[in-house]
Design a protein around this ligand. Structure first.
Ligand SMILES: [Zn+2]
Length: 313
C-alpha cells in the first residue's frame, strides 16, 4: 500500500506544481516579489507561486514593510539569494533609510536575507532564542545576527511613521523564539508561522517549538485581535480571529485521537496508518503534499503530535 500511495501523491504534485515537482530545489531566479498595500503606509511582500517546493503557494516567507518619513521598519528578510529583488521592491515603495528589521522566527525563509538589510543600514532585532539558533549556523555571514534581543516580557514598542508597532513575544510555538508583530493603527498582526492555511500545522520541535505553546499562541492571538484585525501568516492568505477557531479545534481533535491511540499502546507507524487527519484532509490545501523528509504535511503534523504527547508535553 505504501509505495502506491507515495506514487499517487507524486502524480498529484506533478500535475499541480510542475515546476516544483522536479528535485532541483528552490528556483531563486524565477522568484518575483509581489507587493500588496494593506494600509496607507504598510505593505506585504511575497514571492511567486510554484518555484519553491517547500512553499508552492508563494516562495519564501512574507515580508512586512512600514514606510514613511521616519524610515523603514521591516519584518523578516526572505532568502539571501533574492536580496536584490526584495531591496528593489522596497525601493519602489520608499527610497528612505531601512532602519529596523525584526524576525518572526529563525527559519531561513524568514531570516536568510538578514545580512543584506543589515548592510543596507538596518538594526536587527529578535528574541534571544532566535539569535542563539541563527548563531549555531556558523558558516553564514555574521551580519545576519540580531544586534538587539529581548525575552518573554512586555512587548517592545516602536513609534514610527504615525504607527505603533508592538513586538509581542510568543512562548515556544512554531519555534522557541517566535514573535508576533502588531501594527496598532493599521489593525494588523503578522503572526509568523504558528498558524498556516497551506498544509497542516508545522511545529518545529527541533528548534524549540511545542504543541502546547502553539495552542497558547492561537489563544493569545484570538485574545489580542479585534473583530476586524487582519491576521497575516508568514505564508498563505490573510485571516481574522474567527478563522483560528476551526484550526485550533482541528489540532485539539487530532491531539485527542492520537492520545487515545497512544493509550492503546499504538506505535508511531500504527498512528500514521490510522490516518487521524482524514476528516480534515479535504479542507486543508496542501495537507497531503510532501513536507520535507517526514512524508506528507499530515504525517509530519501527526508525528509531531505523537512525539510531544509521548514526551509528556
Ligand atoms: Zn516560514
Amino acid at each position: 500500500m505504501k509505495p502506491a500511495r507515495t506514487f499517487s501523491v507524486a502524480l498529484i504534485v506533478a500535475a499541480l506544481f510542475p515546476a516544483a515537482a522536479t528535485a532541483q530545489g528552490i528556483q531563486y531566479d524565477k522568484i518575483e516579489i509581489k507587493t500588496e498595500k494593506i494600509a496607507p503606509n504598510l505593505y506585504m511582500l511575497s514571492g511567486s507561486e510554484n518555484v519553491d517546493p517547500g512553499h508552492p503557494d508563494g516562495a519564501g516567507g512574507r515580508i512586512g514593510v512600514l514606510a514613511g518619513p521616519d524610515g523603514i521598519f521591516m519584518v523578516d528578510s526572505q532568502y539571501l539569494q533574492i536580496g536584490d529583488k526584495v531591496l528593489a521592491a522596497i525601493r519602489r515603495i520608499d527610497p528612505g533609510p531601512i532602519r529596523f528589521l525584526v524576525n518572526t522566527h529563525v527559519h531561513p525563509d524568514h531570516t536568510a536575507g538578514n545580512a543584506t538589510f543589515a548592510k543596507a543600514g538596518a538594526v536587527l532585532l529578535a528574541r534571544e532564542e532566535l539569535r542563539e539558533g541563527l548563531a549555531r549556523q556558523t558558516a553564514a555571514d555574521p551580519a545576519r545576527l540580531p544586534v538587539i534581543t529581548y525575552g518573554m516580557g512586555d512587548p517592545v514598542k516602536f513609534r514610527m511613521n504615525g504607527e505603533v508597532v508592538e513586538l509581542i513575544p510568543v512562548r515556544a510555538a512554531h519555534t522557541g523564539g517566535d514573535t508576533m508583530i502588531r501594527f496598532v493603527n493599521a489593525d494588523a498582526i503578522m503572526v509568523g508561522d504558528f498558524y498556516r492555511n497551506f498544509g497542516y500545522p508545522f511545529i518545529d520541535t527541533n528548534n524549540g517549538g511545542s504543541l502546547k505553546g502553539a495552542l497558547e499562541a492561537l489563544e493569545l492571538t484570538m485574545k489580542i485581535a479585534g473583530p476586524n484585525t487582519r491576521l497575516i501568516p508568514g505564508h498563505g492568505t490573510f485571516i481574522n480571529r474567527t478563522d483560528i477557531i476551526p484550526y485550533r479545534d482541528m489540532i485539539l481533535a487530532v491531539q485527542t485521537k492520537v492520545q487515545q491511540l497512544i493509550g492503546q499502546g499504538k506505535t508511531l507507524q500504527e498512528v500514521l496508518a490510522a490516518k487521524v487527519t482524514s476528516p480534515y484532509d479535504a479542507k486543508v490545501p496542501g495537507g497531503l503534499l510532501p513536507a520535507g523528509n517526514a512524508g506528507t504535511s499530515a504525517d509530519r503534523f501527526v508525528s509531531m503530535v505523537y512525539a510531544q504527547l509521548k514526551d509528556g508535553h
